[in-house]
Design a protein around this ligand. Structure first.
Ligand SMILES: [Zn+2]
Ligand SMILES: [Zn+2]
Length: 140
């Protein structure tokens, strides 16, 4: 069982499946939301996730992909917790940095590399996608 929280711990959650693979997103929205180069996420089934304390606030915006995306965050401390596509509530994108513990996990793919900041480090050994990963990976 994995657990996680926001910075102030008003929002706490648990995940009942193992997470090993992460995806780093360099889209401009994730840059704004993180105040950094983007977000590092686990793509998991929403049924594996449960809020155990508090209630995240929701912010909704049309993403670079053209999809409507709900972003859930702590209204007190501002930590982003997860996001969900409006058309696919059965899956969610969990912000890996909010996990309390970090058993072996690895960034296996970078997405939206076309908008990556010049100072972003992108491991050439990972899969890279200029936009959404539905598109073929960039081979360099
Ligand atoms: Zn908080
Ligand atoms: Zn993003």
């Amino acid at each position: 069982m994995l657990t996680g929280s926001c910075l102030c711990r008003a929002i706490r959650y648990e995940v009942n499946i193992p997470i090993t693979e992460l995806r780093q997103c360099h889209c401009t929205d994730c840059q704004k939301v993180s105040g950094a180069g983007g977000t590092v996420n686990a793509w998991i089934a929403s049924s594996a996730f449960r809020i155990t304390h508090g209630e995240p606030r929701r912010f909704t915006k049309v993403a670079d992909s053209g999809r409507t995306l709900h972003r859930f965050f702590c209204a007190d401390c501002g930590s982003p917790i997860y996001s969900q596509r409006e058309v696919m509530p059965e899956m969610m994108t969990l912000r890996a940095g909010t996990l309390d513990n970090a058993p072996p996990m690895k960034v296996v793919a970078h997405i939206w590399t076309a908008s990556a900041r010049p100072w972003a480090h992108i491991d050439p050994a990972t899969q890279r996608f200029p936009g959404q990963p539905d598109a073929p990976a960039v081979k360099k």
